[in-house]
Design a protein. Sequence first.
Length: 139
Amino acid sequence: MTTSQSVQVRSSQLRKSPSFLGKIISTVHYGDRLAVLETKDSWLKVDARGNQGWLHSSAMTTKEIVLKPHAGDISKAADSDEIALAGKGFNRQVEKKFRQRNANANFNMVDKMEKSSVSQEEIEAFLKAGNLHPTGGEV
């Protein structure tokens, strides 16, 4: 029996195989409701608008997320904390409180880390250069 789950992160890559190194098929976004077809370890095979592929279960929730609720959906609506968590970051209010409680934290480094990204091509080049062969990957 097919079940449905919602994407609970800002975005995630739908992959050809159940591995973070699997070829990227498409991207899904926060709140997308996807049909779960199969489970393998901590991976879910899903159908995303006709594209079938694998997502890590940490990107999904059984809760239905409604970003712009109508009167009947208000109990399912995402609140600001959930939306902030979807990006695995803070909203302004949460960050302000955190800064007050953690005055010695190096927020410049956090900001720098948030802006950095590593492309799939860079990951593959790193693995090839190091002669690394991760299980389940396609490199």
